[in-house]
Design a protein around this ligand. Structure first.
Ligand code: JHZ
Length: 401
């Protein structure tokens, strides 16, 4: 295996989360046969990209994709502000085209459309493309590649803005994606790209965001290397709170670097992202979290407490599988998404029910598996908490609220 960005063979594995099924592989029947894949993470000692040790074919994960961010108000607000900022900052008008790569159900493009900017979505998940087109958001059912970008350019012309929110981490051939952006972007156009940020992952012990769908975990330095390789420059960066902490980078063919960008690079050096010890320490902390959480839940069970989970998220499934939490510890999980309800979690086979079950049963504890929506969920479940129910939150550290 070689580094996805620089091709180096100097890859150092610093954590193994064992083997587990793909974390969005919910089961209709707990006796269904599952395929278990290794889950390990390494860092490149040349460009310092953190990446998975094993890659599984994208068709297994993305053809019928069940992740729809617009089911959360945090995410719809986020997309609205991204669209409004881009329209203002880059003076977009009805003559300009915005292309969203990995456009999901079209929520982000919908906010551009409200301002009469021309839009096009591209996404390989057939189920989501159908939803987007039904909403009037023109969306192509395809992977974004150089070849496909040329096709789009011939049909629609060049884009003034291309967006990709939380997409790069999911892409194996980053070179082809960058070449596609180059083919489609206007010469003064901007590529706006958001990725979960490695420093947040390390600082907040967000080990459960490491899973098969996420092939890369970005800091700024390897991103700069990636775009430079393709004749493009990151000229600005912005910190975001979504997905446990992300960055938005702005890329052009030619541009002056902002002061913020230089500061970020300096900070990454201070944080020793170019030292193996940083990653080894993280690996050690993750093992401690596993031990502590498992012991804590077992202690509660010995006291006869009823514990359930909240949010059948992909990251939750990583946590459950890695920490060996199954129906002996959690009775069930509640989730707001209807297609997850009635299903079972991959690997651990915990049943999933609608959120209303929580108030009906009033369990003693709820393990929060969607910690990225802690504020939204704790507010929503105020009644459960007023009646004495407690949330167990694991990230960034184990506590109850
Ligand atoms: P949520 C997905 O991971 C997959 P997941 C993907 N690979 C990725 O990168 C990350 O997102 C960022 C439920 N919920 O969105 C809904 C409630 O029940 O963090 C979801 O099932 N009640 C693209 O799966 C889950 O929690 C609520 O009030 O980890 C959250 O999953 C809210 C707000 C959510 O993504």
């Amino acid at each position: 295996m070689t580094c996805r960005i620089c091709g180096s063979e100097k890859l150092y594995q610093f954590l193994s989360l064992g083997t587990m099924p793909i974390p969005n592989g919910f089961l209709s029947n707990p006796h269904e046969k599952e395929v278990w894949y290794p889950l390990g993470v390494c860092v490149c000692q040349d460009c310092w990209l953190v990446q998975l040790t094993h890659i599984i074919p994208p068709g297994i994960m993305f053809k019928n994709y069940l992740y729809i961010p617009s089911t959360s108000s945090t995410m719809t607000q986020h997309f609205k502000s991204l669209a409004e900022d881009a329209i203002m900052r880059f003076n977009l008008t009805s003559k300009d085209l915005v292309v969203d790569i990995g456009s999901n159900d079209g929520t982000l493009l919908g906010y551009f459309k409200e301002h009469e900017v021309k839009i096009l979505g591209i996404d390989p998940a057939t189920n989501l493309v159908t939803i987007a087109n039904l909403k009037g958001i023109e969306t192509k059912d395809a992977y974004f590649t150089r070849e496909y970008a040329i096709k789009v350019r011939e049909e629609k012309g060049r884009a003034k803005v291309i967006t990709a929110t939380n997409v790069l981490a999911h892409v194996n051939d980053l070179d082809d994606l960058c070449e596609g952006v180059k083919e489609l972007l206007d010469k003064d156009g901007v590529f706006i790209c958001e990725c979960p940020y490695l420093i947040d992952l390390l600082d907040r012990n967000e080990f459960d965001t490491i899973y098969h769908e996420h092939l890369s975990y970005f800091s700024l330095y390897p991103l700069i290397r990636l775009f430079k390789k393709h004749g493009m420059t990151i000229f600005d960066i912005q910190k975001l709170s979504v997905h446990g902490g992300s960055v938005r980078v702005y890329v052009k063919f030619k541009a002056q670097q902002s002061k913020r960008l230089t500061e970020f690079l300096g900070m990454e050096k201070i944080r020793k992202l170019d030292k193996l010890s940083t990653y080894e320490e993280f690996g050690r902390r993750v093992k401690v979290i596993k031990r502590d959480l498992n012991n804590y839940l077992k202690r509660l069970k010995l006291q006869d407490k009823k514990i359930v989970g909240y949010g059948a998220s992909a990251k939750g499934n990583v946590l459950l599988n890695y920490c060996k939490i199954d129906t002996k510890l959690l009775d069930y999980i509640v989730d707001s998404i209807s297609y997850k309800q009635g299903k079972f979690t991959p690997g651990t086979h915990i049943p999933i029910y609608p959120e209303r079950r929580l108030l009906k049963d009033q369990p003693d504890y709820v393990l929060l598996l969607a910690w990225n929506f802690a504020d939204e969920i704790l507010k929503k479940q105020i009644k459960y908490r007023e009646r004495g129910g407690q949330f167990i939150i694991t990230i960034p550290y184990l506590r109850t609220e």
